[in-house]
Design a protein around this ligand. Structure first.
Ligand code: XUL
Ligand code: CO
Length: 441
């Protein structure tokens, strides 16, 4: 087969002293950290849509990048196959073991859903052969239920029964393909599941219909042998003004209210956390303490902008705090999908590789530093001591066991008259510890 990225070699690990831009400086796939190899800690995935489909087009101008990958006409089935060839060569050269997709990333959507489904069968047959040849696996699949104009009012939240049935049909097919490709998970990002104005919106009906679509997806998925996790990917806004899956806490509450919490986990995207007014770490922590940290869309946003920029992650501090949460949670059932795209002026093939090298190295460095923070132990020790009064006093233990009464706690307060101030929170001291670990040689 003709090489598509002919000028790009297999990307080697060369270590932190390397100045080679086409080499990993931190991601050393087989290096063992806290008992697992880097590649086990970091199941990296390529997002079909950004890497193989996005050309850098925005609402002010057409694309800058050529993503035809040698196909004579884009938007055809031969282009779809060229994207498969390009994707697998790309992943092999970078040592990426997983990919994820929306249905419409894989093939051009036809006017009739029956023809679209036929094309999907054809392309996934082709992908399966590539998977068998390379050992590359599917992280998750999903249905794009926000791009087609029919979803202008949402998919599960649409006002039209016919459109709702189209959403159901797409979820059904995407689940079948996820099973066919052995995907670890199935994602619901509620692209247009929200509203622009309450003046025309029945929020209760819309939310119940979304939950019902998810319930049917779980029932059907389990009936055809899907054993992985379903994920909600929270995002507060964009494209809608208000999206129902605002953040992890909201999505978890929604799942619990509708009895879906056993089958679902969170797919946390860093830039979506930013848009919700949270840190990435906050969203991960909320998911983890609820036993719902499933997978991660590893990108970053821009604090000065109010929209989703899907940048390749370069912020080592954030990546360290992310990996700290992931290590504490015992790892992910999913993986780290780079739901990130090159900037519009970075339009060359080499830029595509540099972007992934940056992202993978950022998370590898984050992993190294997070392990160092845990091994150092000062943060954990501080947190343990900070709450020690609950584990060392009778009343504290009663509060933790939920056996205390208001009367006995009040009696204790009245006996004290006034409590001593709690110890210092030591925020600056702890930030100093983190900096020491991040920047010492
Ligand atoms: C959009 C987004 C999606 C989901 C999958 O903000 O993140 O690409 O990851 O539908
Ligand atoms: Co995403």
């Amino acid at each position: 087969m003709k090489e598509i990225f002919a000028n790009i070699p297999v990307i080697p690990y060369e270590g932190p002293n390397s100045k080679n831009p086409l080499a990993f400086h931190y991601y050393d796939a087989n290096k063992v950290i806290m008992g697992k190899t880097m590649k086990e800690h970091l199941p990296f995935a390529m997002a079909w849509w950004h890497n193989l489909c996005a050309t850098g087009a925005d609402m002010f101008g057409r694309g800058t990048a050529d993503k035809s990958f040698g196909a004579s006409e884009v938007g055809t089935m031969s282009h779809a196959k060229a994207k498969v060839d390009a994707g697998f060569e790309f992943m092999q050269k970078l040592g990426i073991e997983y990919f994820c997709w929306h249905d419409v990333d894989l093939v051009p959507e036809a006017d009739d859903i029956n023809e679209t489904n036929r094309r999907l069968d054809e392309i996934t047959d082709y992908i399966l052969v590539k998977m068998q040849e390379t050992g590359i696996k599917c992280l998750w699949g999903t249905a794009n239920m926000f791009g087609n104009p029919r979803f202008m009012n949402g998919a599960g939240s649409t006002n039209s029964v016919d459109v709702y049935c189209f959403a159901a049909a797409q979820v059904k097919k995407a689940l079948e393909l996820t099973v066919k490709l052995g995907g670890r998970g199935y994602v619901f990002w509620g692209g247009r599941e929200g509203y622009e104005t309450l003046l025309n919106t029945d929020v209760k009906l819309e939310q119940e219909n979304i939950a019902n679509l998810m319930r049917m997806a779980v029932e059907y998925g389990r009936s055809i042998g899907f054993t992985g996790d379903f994920y909600i990917e929270p995002k507060p806004k964009e494209p809608m003004k208000h999206q129902y899956d605002f953040d992890a806490a909201t999505a978890i509450g929604f799942l619990k209210a509708h009895g879906l919490e056993k089958d679902f986990k969170m797919n946390i995207e860093a830039n979506h956390a930013t848009l919700a007014g949270h840190t990435f770490q906050h969203e991960l922590r909320i998911s983890a303490i609820n036993g719902m940290l499933g997978s991660i869309d590893a990108n970053q946003g821009d604090l000065l902008l109010g929209w989703d920029t899907d940048e390749f992650p370069c912020n080592v501090y954030d990546a360290t705090m992310c990996m700290y949460e992931v290590l504490k949670a015992g790892g992910l059932t999913g993986g780290f999908n780079f739901d990130s795209k090159n900037r519009r002026p970075s339009y060359t093939q080499e830029d595509m590789f540099k972007a992934f090298i940056l992202g993978m190295d950022t998370f590898a460095l984050g992993l190294i530093k997070a392990a160092a923070i845990i091994e150092d132990g000062r943060l954990d020790q501080f947190v343990k001591n900070r709450y020690a009064s609950y584990s060392t006093t009778e009343l504290g233990k009663k509060i933790l066991n939920k056996t205390s009464t208001l009367e006995e706690l009040a009696a204790h307060a009245e006996q004290l008259g006034a409590p001593e101030l709690p110890d210092s929170g030591n925020q600056e001291g702890l930030q100093h510890v983190v900096n020491d670990i991040l920047f010492r040689n």
